[in-house]
Ligand binder design. Structure first.
Ligand code: HEC
Length: 172
Protein backbone atom coordinates (compact mmCIF):
# COMPACT_ATOMS: atom_id res chain seq x y z
CA UNK A 1 0.00 0.00 0.00
CA UNK A 2 2.76 2.38 1.02
CA UNK A 3 4.66 1.52 -2.12
CA UNK A 4 1.67 2.31 -4.28
CA UNK A 5 1.23 5.78 -2.77
CA UNK A 6 4.92 6.46 -3.39
CA UNK A 7 4.48 5.55 -7.01
CA UNK A 8 1.34 7.70 -7.16
CA UNK A 9 3.19 10.62 -5.62
CA UNK A 10 6.04 10.37 -8.06
CA UNK A 11 3.55 10.13 -10.89
CA UNK A 12 1.79 13.27 -9.64
CA UNK A 13 5.06 15.14 -9.31
CA UNK A 14 6.07 14.25 -12.84
CA UNK A 15 2.67 15.35 -14.14
CA UNK A 16 2.82 18.61 -12.18
CA UNK A 17 6.33 19.25 -13.51
CA UNK A 18 5.16 18.66 -17.06
CA UNK A 19 2.20 21.01 -16.58
CA UNK A 20 4.40 23.73 -15.06
CA UNK A 21 6.85 23.34 -17.89
CA UNK A 22 4.15 23.35 -20.55
CA UNK A 23 2.55 26.50 -19.22
CA UNK A 24 5.91 28.15 -18.80
CA UNK A 25 5.76 28.62 -15.04
CA UNK A 26 9.31 27.45 -14.75
CA UNK A 27 10.61 30.37 -16.80
CA UNK A 28 9.44 33.94 -16.28
CA UNK A 29 9.15 34.63 -20.04
CA UNK A 30 9.98 32.82 -23.25
CA UNK A 31 13.44 34.01 -24.08
CA UNK A 32 15.17 33.90 -27.41
CA UNK A 33 18.56 32.23 -27.54
CA UNK A 34 19.35 34.34 -30.61
CA UNK A 35 21.95 36.80 -29.37
CA UNK A 36 21.61 39.22 -32.30
CA UNK A 37 20.21 42.66 -31.54
CA UNK A 38 16.42 42.73 -31.82
CA UNK A 39 14.86 45.28 -34.15
CA UNK A 40 11.40 45.58 -32.62
CA UNK A 41 8.62 46.29 -35.12
CA UNK A 42 4.91 45.49 -35.57
CA UNK A 43 3.87 42.25 -37.30
CA UNK A 44 2.89 43.96 -40.60
CA UNK A 45 6.13 45.98 -40.54
CA UNK A 46 8.12 42.78 -40.11
CA UNK A 47 6.21 41.21 -43.00
CA UNK A 48 7.02 44.22 -45.19
CA UNK A 49 10.71 44.16 -44.22
CA UNK A 50 10.99 40.43 -44.91
CA UNK A 51 9.21 40.86 -48.22
CA UNK A 52 11.78 43.48 -49.15
CA UNK A 53 14.51 41.04 -48.11
CA UNK A 54 13.13 38.35 -50.39
CA UNK A 55 13.03 40.89 -53.19
CA UNK A 56 16.70 41.73 -52.47
CA UNK A 57 17.61 38.07 -52.86
CA UNK A 58 15.62 37.79 -56.08
CA UNK A 59 17.44 40.85 -57.39
CA UNK A 60 20.83 39.27 -56.69
CA UNK A 61 19.72 35.93 -58.16
CA UNK A 62 18.30 37.58 -61.28
CA UNK A 63 21.44 39.67 -61.64
CA UNK A 64 23.69 36.61 -61.57
CA UNK A 65 21.63 34.91 -64.29
CA UNK A 66 21.57 38.11 -66.36
CA UNK A 67 25.31 38.54 -65.86
CA UNK A 68 25.99 35.08 -67.26
CA UNK A 69 23.92 35.99 -70.31
CA UNK A 70 25.36 39.49 -70.63
CA UNK A 71 21.92 41.09 -70.27
CA UNK A 72 22.88 44.48 -68.90
CA UNK A 73 19.37 45.90 -69.38
CA UNK A 74 17.92 43.31 -66.98
CA UNK A 75 20.62 44.02 -64.41
CA UNK A 76 19.92 47.76 -64.61
CA UNK A 77 16.18 47.24 -64.24
CA UNK A 78 16.33 44.79 -61.34
CA UNK A 79 18.91 46.71 -59.31
CA UNK A 80 17.33 50.07 -59.85
CA UNK A 81 14.04 48.67 -58.46
CA UNK A 82 15.92 47.64 -55.28
CA UNK A 83 17.77 50.97 -55.14
CA UNK A 84 16.82 54.13 -53.25
CA UNK A 85 13.63 54.16 -55.31
CA UNK A 86 12.38 51.27 -53.16
CA UNK A 87 12.56 53.39 -50.01
CA UNK A 88 10.03 55.92 -51.26
CA UNK A 89 6.89 55.61 -49.19
CA UNK A 90 8.53 53.94 -46.19
CA UNK A 91 6.43 55.22 -43.26
CA UNK A 92 8.31 57.56 -40.92
CA UNK A 93 6.91 55.56 -37.98
CA UNK A 94 8.84 52.51 -39.19
CA UNK A 95 12.04 54.42 -39.89
CA UNK A 96 11.90 55.82 -36.36
CA UNK A 97 11.91 52.30 -34.89
CA UNK A 98 15.09 51.23 -36.66
CA UNK A 99 18.42 51.50 -34.82
CA UNK A 100 20.60 54.14 -36.47
CA UNK A 101 23.30 51.71 -37.64
CA UNK A 102 20.70 49.32 -39.03
CA UNK A 103 19.06 52.17 -40.92
CA UNK A 104 22.38 53.39 -42.35
CA UNK A 105 23.32 49.87 -43.45
CA UNK A 106 19.93 49.66 -45.16
CA UNK A 107 20.44 52.97 -46.98
CA UNK A 108 23.93 51.98 -48.08
CA UNK A 109 22.50 48.67 -49.41
CA UNK A 110 19.95 50.53 -51.56
CA UNK A 111 22.74 52.79 -52.81
CA UNK A 112 24.88 49.77 -53.75
CA UNK A 113 21.96 48.41 -55.81
CA UNK A 114 21.81 51.80 -57.56
CA UNK A 115 25.56 51.63 -58.22
CA UNK A 116 25.15 48.24 -59.91
CA UNK A 117 22.26 49.58 -62.02
CA UNK A 118 24.45 52.54 -62.97
CA UNK A 119 27.38 50.37 -64.03
CA UNK A 120 25.07 48.11 -66.07
CA UNK A 121 23.71 51.18 -67.84
CA UNK A 122 27.07 52.88 -68.38
CA UNK A 123 30.06 50.62 -69.03
CA UNK A 124 28.42 47.28 -68.38
CA UNK A 125 31.71 45.66 -67.38
CA UNK A 126 30.89 42.17 -66.04
CA UNK A 127 34.05 42.09 -63.89
CA UNK A 128 33.10 45.38 -62.21
CA UNK A 129 29.52 44.21 -61.66
CA UNK A 130 30.72 40.93 -60.15
CA UNK A 131 32.87 42.87 -57.72
CA UNK A 132 29.99 45.23 -56.89
CA UNK A 133 27.70 42.29 -56.15
CA UNK A 134 30.37 40.88 -53.84
CA UNK A 135 30.43 44.18 -51.96
CA UNK A 136 26.64 44.26 -51.82
CA UNK A 137 26.48 40.75 -50.37
CA UNK A 138 28.91 41.83 -47.65
CA UNK A 139 26.24 44.34 -46.55
CA UNK A 140 23.65 41.55 -46.38
CA UNK A 141 25.85 39.26 -44.30
CA UNK A 142 27.02 42.06 -41.98
CA UNK A 143 23.47 43.01 -41.12
CA UNK A 144 22.23 39.43 -40.79
CA UNK A 145 25.05 38.64 -38.39
CA UNK A 146 24.04 41.50 -36.09
CA UNK A 147 20.24 41.90 -36.18
CA UNK A 148 16.99 39.99 -36.01
CA UNK A 149 13.40 41.19 -36.17
CA UNK A 150 11.14 40.88 -33.18
CA UNK A 151 7.43 41.61 -33.10
CA UNK A 152 6.30 44.24 -30.61
CA UNK A 153 4.82 42.68 -27.48
CA UNK A 154 5.90 39.19 -28.55
CA UNK A 155 7.33 38.59 -25.08
CA UNK A 156 3.98 39.31 -23.49
CA UNK A 157 2.10 36.80 -25.64
CA UNK A 158 1.44 33.18 -24.70
CA UNK A 159 0.29 32.13 -21.25
CA UNK A 160 -0.56 34.90 -18.84
CA UNK A 161 1.88 34.27 -16.05
CA UNK A 162 0.15 36.42 -13.46
CA UNK A 163 -2.45 33.84 -12.47
CA UNK A 164 -3.19 30.75 -14.46
CA UNK A 165 -6.96 30.60 -15.17
CA UNK A 166 -7.28 26.89 -14.40
CA UNK A 167 -4.93 26.03 -11.57
CA UNK A 168 -4.67 29.58 -10.12
CA UNK A 169 -0.99 29.07 -9.49
CA UNK A 170 1.33 32.02 -9.13
CA UNK A 171 4.59 31.85 -11.02
CA UNK A 172 7.69 31.64 -8.85
C1 HEC B 1 20.11 46.57 -42.52
C2 HEC B 1 20.03 45.16 -42.28
C3 HEC B 1 19.86 44.19 -43.40
C4 HEC B 1 20.44 44.23 -44.63
C5 HEC B 1 21.40 45.26 -45.20
C6 HEC B 1 19.97 43.05 -45.31
N1 HEC B 1 19.14 42.33 -44.52
FE1 HEC B 1 18.17 40.63 -45.03
N2 HEC B 1 17.36 40.51 -43.18
C7 HEC B 1 17.62 41.38 -42.15
C8 HEC B 1 16.98 40.90 -40.94
C9 HEC B 1 17.03 41.58 -39.58
C10 HEC B 1 16.32 39.71 -41.29
C11 HEC B 1 15.50 38.82 -40.37
C12 HEC B 1 16.44 37.91 -39.65
C13 HEC B 1 15.73 37.22 -38.53
O1 HEC B 1 14.83 37.81 -37.87
O2 HEC B 1 16.07 36.07 -38.28
C14 HEC B 1 16.57 39.50 -42.71
C15 HEC B 1 16.06 38.44 -43.44
C16 HEC B 1 16.37 38.19 -44.76
C17 HEC B 1 15.82 37.10 -45.54
C18 HEC B 1 14.78 36.12 -45.07
C19 HEC B 1 13.42 36.60 -45.56
C20 HEC B 1 12.24 35.81 -45.01
O3 HEC B 1 11.22 35.78 -45.70
O4 HEC B 1 12.34 35.26 -43.91
C21 HEC B 1 16.39 37.16 -46.77
C22 HEC B 1 16.15 36.23 -47.95
C23 HEC B 1 17.29 38.30 -46.77
N3 HEC B 1 17.24 38.91 -45.53
C24 HEC B 1 18.04 38.68 -47.86
C25 HEC B 1 18.89 39.77 -47.87
C26 HEC B 1 19.78 40.12 -48.96
C27 HEC B 1 19.95 39.32 -50.24
C28 HEC B 1 20.40 41.26 -48.60
C29 HEC B 1 21.44 42.04 -49.34
C30 HEC B 1 21.25 42.38 -50.71
C31 HEC B 1 19.93 41.62 -47.28
N4 HEC B 1 19.01 40.70 -46.87
C32 HEC B 1 20.33 42.74 -46.60
C33 HEC B 1 18.35 42.53 -42.22
C34 HEC B 1 19.06 42.97 -43.32
Amino acid sequence: MKKISWILNIGLLVTLGAVLYKYNFVKSAPESTDMRQAVVVSAPERDALLEEMRWFLETVQGSMVALSEDEMGTIAELNSASGMRATVGTPQALTDKLPEEFRLLGVSTHQLFDGIAQEATDMGDPAVITEQIGGLLANCTTCHASYRFEIEGAQAKGVNLAIHPVCKLQPT
